[in-house]
Design a binder for this molecule. Structure first.
Ligand code: AHR
Length: 509
């Protein structure tokens, strides 16, 4: 047991509000995410009249995701949206170049929109900047959002949808910097093309919000593209996956995402200052742009072990309890850095590196499902608090990210106790999330809340399994689940956080 750790909480120290979109999702035409996950044509036992998997829908609804990104991912870089609209039996089957599969196009734009309406979630579409053209992108925006008597708006009406879908979020390309990308670009190429596309798209529909394509937030790409897209785009996207077979590397790597968010937000600040002061810019910033924060859309994140889950096998990963703790640490990062985040999208939602796994007869919820569910349910709209945390520091090696060797060398917090907290004024309650990342030591931790009563009513969700390699399966779906209980604690007293555990505390004021 380590003693002497402490968490000091004061609701006056608010850093920002937790946007509900921090709990958004992502679906890609990859493996069994769409076909066999979201829809399961012909499986009449588990689908509704549209072919939507109702069990998957229920499980995703419990994660309460306000936005869903689609259709990729890498898939989008050779996707032609026109192939996926109109009578299903006339849609072409196409080779797709990201995952080298055949796309049937049975699930296209209208099916995705119907699914979003059925789920009560908002669509976020990503544009094809690989094989796609600006004309094709404009046509897609018109198909979705056009309300006039124009060709693609009329095509949507002909396909059975009178009202526009009013899609707000549009991603301007996906990972176009990647060597795996059809149509890989240099940062200079992208900056120019993204500005041209943004201008045209906003002329067509000024209500849309455009997300520029970033890298991991700290790359040379980001150093260039943040500044170049600052005036033309609304948000800046970054992607990061963490992984390791080693428990400590697994649970500490999300700390790198915290650095990535901080660096990107500083780049955005610098972009604003440069645009305001650099005389070479002929068009001065508008008053609105001077106030702009250029927030981050972290639209792909998760634990993903490319060895356990390679693209060839549909990126299906069996998550263990250590991975569940890593996801809790990821979410702690997002809560602490909430003020910089417009949205984050867990990649992905079903079957493909996902918290939900299906077969023809049902599904089970992976170890990564429950931390997401608890955070999504209790942290939305909360006031993220600047905490004082005293914790032993991990001294071992935290390894490399995929391509992010720098993480070892920067000042990233390697505190064994990983904590975030919000205050929910409407409930007059604190929600405190604590991951004890130590593999073998419990933590006796003092919890102090400023200006609170001596005796506090607490609801505890304890997420613990003695074996960090424990998994849920179709046969044993409830091997790893959180346990809820009620306790009373005294302010300024110690609380025990078991070794390798995630604990959520609701502390009533
Ligand atoms: O989510 C899986 C893949 O990871 C996405 O297609 C791509 O954008 C990223 O490299």
């Amino acid at each position: 047991t380590f003693v002497g750790s402490e968490i000091k909480i004061d609701k006056e120290f608010v850093t920002g509000e937790v946007a509900p979109n921090i709990f958004a999702g992502f679906l890609e035409h990859l493996g069994r995410c769409i076909y066999g996950g979201i829809v399961d044509y012909g499986n009449t036992k588990l689908t509704n009249d549209k072919g939507f998997r109702t069990d998957v829908a229920e499980a995703i609804k419990e994660l309460d995701m306000p936005v869903m990104r689609w259709p990729g991912g890498n898939f989008v870089s050779s996707y032609h949206w026109l192939d996926g609209v109109g009578p299903v039996d006339q849609r072409p089957k196409r080779p797709e170049l990201a995952w080298l599969n055949t796309e049937s196009n049975e699930f296209g734009t209208d099916e995705f929109m119907q699914w979003c309406e059925y789920m009560g979630t908002e669509p976020y579409l990503c544009l094809n900047m690989g094989t796609g053209t600006l004309d094709e992108a404009l046509a897609w925006v018109e198909y979705c959002n056009g309300d006039k008597d124009t060709y693609y708006a009329n095509l949507r009406r002909k396909n059975g949808r009178e009202k526009p879908y009013n899609v707000k979020y549009w991603g301007v390309g996906n990972e176009v910097w990647g060597p795996w990308q059809v149509g890989q670009m240099t940062k200079e190429n992208y900056a120019l093309k993204a500005a041209q596309w943004a201008k045209a798209i906003k002329l067509l529909d000024p209500t849309v919000k455009l997300v520029a394509c970033g890298c991991n937030g700290v790359d040379e790409w980001d150093q260039h593209v943040v500044g170049e897209t600052f005036t033309t785009h609304d948000f800046y996207s970054i992607h990061l996956y963490t992984t390791s077979q080693d428990h400590y590397k697994n649970v500490f790597q999300p700390a790198g995402a915290e650095t990535a968010i901080q660096v990107t937000s500083k780049l955005a600040e610098l972009a604003k200052i440069t645009n305001m002061t650099n005389k070479k810019f002929l068009v001065p910033l508008t008053e609105e742009q001077k106030k702009k924060e250029y927030k981050i859309v972290f639209d792909e994140w998760n634990v993903w072990d490319p060895i356990r889950a390679d693209g060839e096998h549909g990126a299906e990963q069996q998550y263990d309890f250590s991975d569940g703790l890593a996801v809790a640490s990821w979410l702690n990062v997002f809560i602490r850095q909430a003020k910089y985040l417009e949205m984050t999208n867990i990649a992905q939602c079903v079957n493909v590196i996902a918290p939900i796994m299906t077969n023809k007869d049902g599904l089970f919820k992976q170890t990564t499902y429950y931390p997401f569910q608890l955070f999504s349910k209790y942290f939305k709209n909360g006031q993220s608090l600047n905490l004082s945390v005293k914790s032993p520091i991990y001294k071992g090696d935290v390894g490399d990210f995929i391509g992010l060797e720098w993480v070892k060398y920067v000042d990233t917090s390697l505190a064994l106790l990983d904590v975030s907290a919000v205050y929910q004024p409407a409930e007059k309650a604190y929600y405190v999330a604590v991951v004890n990342r130590s593999e073998d030591e419990d933590a006796e931790t003092k919890i102090s809340i400023a200006d609170a009563a001596d005796s506090l009513n607490v609801t505890e969700w304890a997420y613990y399994h003695e074996n960090i390699r424990a998994i849920n399966t179709f046969e044993k779906p409830n091997e790893v689940v959180p346990k809820e209980s009620k306790v009373t604690i005294s302010n300024n007293s110690t609380y025990k956080f078991p070794k390798h555990s995630f604990t959520l505390l609701k502390i009533q004021e």
